[in-house]
Design a binder for this molecule. Structure first.
Ligand SMILES: NC(=O)c1ccc[n+]([C@@H]2O[C@H](COP(=O)([O-])OP(=O)(O)OC[C@H]3O[C@@H](n4cnc5c(N)ncnc54)[C@H](OP(=O)(O)O)[C@@H]3O)[C@@H](O)[C@H]2O)c1
Length: 337
């Protein structure tokens, strides 16, 4: 089993390396790719050094079985042929192919078997904020069909990559040392001591691309007519996204039923004792695999509505971990030998 990572130096690529080692992913060889910026750099994997190769249009993917790509949508689109032409399966973290009809969009806890039908050799990993939400909504959907969702996200700097994390740290440093921020590159405004109600580009309908991903991708993953209206907000936490989620089900369901369903759901941890200040927070979910849920309560304005709060490490379950779980499923189901 030969595994490749395209974008190994990035926030997601580095986490893929960590998780492949942690989970003892059954690989015999590893190949790392990047641009000129990281080509030649060495990374340690299970005690052995691996050098990053320059990604090029050549035969480097000839004997590779699984390729995890996390170098942005442009690179995925440009290199998809080069990566898949010898039979490698490309598990892509970017938004390049997510809504293509012949590309499965997979969250293993929900629709793992969709991964088995991938005619182009490409499987898409969904948007991070969407993955976190559907992992929590899916067990509730089994209680009663979810018709509508309103969600506000609180997304950390790391969602925009490794340089964005550095930029936030730099902005806090500048505030402390100079009393003002002079480095603003990754975000459209200063993020330190601020929140920015825009993630990704603005679309014609005045929703952002990130918000429209939540609408479209949720329907594709859950095989549902669910309607999601989102406001995605960048906050100045470093790692781990949070979401305030309101949902309306077809029938009335109780808070107790929801708590019970979440307690038993794969990939979910219920942390819900608000009277004692116990609820999920991004500082605590950072570096962990599960999505943490709390503040489960009845909506005051709609009899069929309930609301909850969730947080999760979007670089792990929102990206690297989910992609690796797809790879594990393919191996387990005999689709990759
Ligand atoms: N961060 C998250 O929470 C998150 C969550 C879900 C999905 N994603 C998606 O995952 C992808 C990567 O995100 P990230 O946060 O890891 O970004 P990042 O930290 O900025 O890393 C980008 C990676 O892409 C590589 N790259 C850029 N141009 C390249 C080229 N021409 N050829 C080969 N490699 C190239 C970079 O390598 P060099 O250093 O060599 O340039 C780097 O390893 C994006 O599509 C993003 O939307 C991110």
């Amino acid at each position: 089993m030969r595994v490749a990572i395209v974008g190994a130096s990035g926030a997601v690529g580095q986490e893929i390396l960590n998780i492949l080692a942690e989970r003892n992913f059954p690989l015999d060889d590893l190949v790392l790719f990047g641009s000129e910026r990281s080509a030649g750099k060495k990374y340690n994997f299970k005690g052995k050094e691996y050098e990053v190769k320059l990604l090029q249009h050549n035969d480097d993917f000839k004997d590779v079985d699984i390729v995890f790509t996390s170098a942005g949508a442009g690179i995925s689109k440009e290199y998809v042929e080069t990566i898949t032409k010898f039979g490698a399966v490309m598990i892509d973290n970017s938004s390049a192919f997510r809504m293509d009809k012949d590309v499965p969009l997979v969250v293993p806890e929900i629709n793992a078997e969709d991964a088995l039908n991938c005619p182009r050799g490409v499987i898409a990993n969904p948007n991070c904020t969407t993955i976190m939400m559907v992992v929590v909504l899916n067990p509730i959907e089994k209680l009663s069909h979810i018709k509508k969702v309103h969600v506000s996200s609180y997304q950390s700097a790391s969602g925009a990559g490794a340089t964005a994390m550095k930029e936030l740290e730099q902005q806090y440093k500048e505030m402390v040392e100079d009393g003002k921020v002079s480095t603003i590159n990754k975000f459209p405004h200063q993020l330190a001591y601020n929140v920015i109600p825009q993630i990704d580009k603005m679309m014609e309908n005045d929703y952002t691309k990130e918000e429209m991903k939540m609408y479209e991708e949720t329907r594709k993953i859950m095989h549902s007519d669910i309607r999601t209206s989102a406001t995605c907000v960048r906050v100045s936490s470093l790692r781990s996204h949070s979401e305030s989620v309101w949902f309306e089900t077809k029938e009335q369901i109780s808070v107790e039923q929801i708590r019970e369903a979440l307690k038993n759901a794969p990939g979910v941890t219920l942390v819900d004792d608000p009277q004692n200040y116990v609820y999920p927070m991004p500082l605590e979910s950072a570096g962990k695999d599960n999505i943490f849920v709390g503040r489960v309560r009845k909506d005051l304005a709609d009899d069929n509505g309930n609301t909850l709060w969730l947080t999760g490490d979007q670089i792990r379950k929102g990206a690297a971990l989910n992609a690796i779980q797809i790879g594990e499923y393919l191996i387990k189901s005999g689709n990759i030998k």
